[in-house]
Ligand binder design. Structure first.
Ligand code: COI
Length: 358
């Protein structure tokens, strides 16, 4: 159990009045959580302080060798005024897995969850009121040793910041266009694809920019060895409904094990769908499209929630999905997932963790 010291701001910011114009991750809340690590003291000095810039030595390891990781979560306000989290222990566990790979000392699951809850409670007035808007929470750890040697840092800072946010994509729940990337890769066996580290995203930016110039929302990554099998999309996992069955890439080291991904798989299986986690070739997806069997494509993610895809473009050929309209399974997943998160649908799975009344 952390003994968190809380220092409240004396100059609270004005909260955004129009929740339809929040954007995503643009306006920070009033406070942030901090905790430091040293070899001698372990994780120590947990505290919530007014949100403020860091002062860091320019030679910190994180700036040069990118030893860092992050998580993404949301706090939701129900119509009854309860503020709640969705499966926070899954994010805590995933952060431990990322930490192991990046030689960053792990934070116990219960401490992580306690820290997130504490920040959300202090900043509870920042949790939006509208359905579909939430407080996006960004926990991260950075390596703070000073020096040019490439080795694991001996000191770290764990920080949690939060942003009242709306939809991740400008399209909202409207279907997006995705470009299938066949030049650059995001991950390969043995690398860090399954972790949530900034380096994965840095390596993905070039392809994302090129795709954006062509009018696509994001890229779909193929496997890094054969460039044949679908893996994930920039900020989300991806699912394909083909001839009644649902396919998604297996989490075998190169794909991020998304919390929304695993929740959707559980729901789909409960509803009687066959969900296949495995290798699915992009060529087979395009073939299914030509044969009229590619029924639905959707992405899943904390930020993206459930995001329908209306077009996949691979090697100058486009597969158009569902006539540009969200499909019934995608819609049902969206309704049930957001319903559970915002407290409109009963949480029969025990996924919701209450934080406080708001
Ligand atoms: C999330 O869905 O929370 C993410 O971290 C994706 C992100 C890169 C916006």
């Amino acid at each position: 159990m952390l003994d968190i010291k809380i220092t409240r701001t004396t100059t609270p910011k004005t909260k955004p009045a129009d929740e339809t114009k929040l954007g995503f991750g643009k306006i920070s809340s009033d406070h942030m959580f901090l905790m430091d690590y040293s070899v001698e003291q372990g994780w120590h000095d947990p505290r919530i302080v007014p949100y403020a810039p860091f002062q860091l030595d320019p030679a910190c390891v994180v700036f040069h060798y990118a030893q860092e990781l992050f998580e993404g979560m949301k706090a939701y306000r129900t119509a009854e005024g309860q503020i709640q989290l969705f499966r926070p222990e899954c994010n805590a566990q995933r952060m431990q897995d990322s930490s192991e790979r990046l030689c960053i000392p792990t934070i116990p699951v219960e401490d992580y969850v306690q820290a997130v809850k504490a920040l959300v409670e202090v900043d509870k007035d920042w949790v939006p009121y509208s359905y579909g808007a939430s407080l996006y929470i960004r926990p991260f750890v950075i390596a703070t040793d000073v020096g040019m040697g490439v080795h694991a840092s001996h000191t770290y800072t764990f920080c949690i910041i939060a942003f009242p946010s709306g939809a991740y994509y400008a399209e909202g729940i409207n279907p997006v266009r995705i470009y299938v990337e066949d030049e650059y890769i995001r991950a390969a066996p043995g690398l860090t694809g399954y972790t949530k580290c900034g380096g994965n995203y840095a390596a993905s930016i070039k392809a994302g920019e090129v795709a954006a110039q062509k009018g696509f929302a994001q890229v779909l990554w193929l496997d890094g060895v054969e460039r044949k099998y679908v893996e994930e999309v920039g900020a989300m996992n991806i699912f394909f409904k083909i001839d009644g069955k649902v396919y998604t890439a297996a989490c075998t080291g190169t794909v991020l094990p998304g919390v929304t991904r695993r929740s959707c798989i559980e729901l789909l299986r409960d509803w009687g769908y066959e969900v296949i986690e495995g290798k699915l070739a992009i060529a087979d997806i395009m073939e299914a499209s030509r044969n009229g069997k590619l029924e639905e494509v959707f992405g899943t993610g904390t930020a993206a929630v459930i995001s329908p895809v209306k077009e996949l473009c691979w090697k100058n050929e486009s597969a158009f999905i569902g006539g540009g309209v969200i499909g019934p399974v995608t819609q049902k997943l969206y309704d049930v997932m957001t319903g559970i998160q915002w407290g409109k649908v009963a949480d029969t799975k025990g996924w919701i963790v209450p934080v406080c009344e708001g």
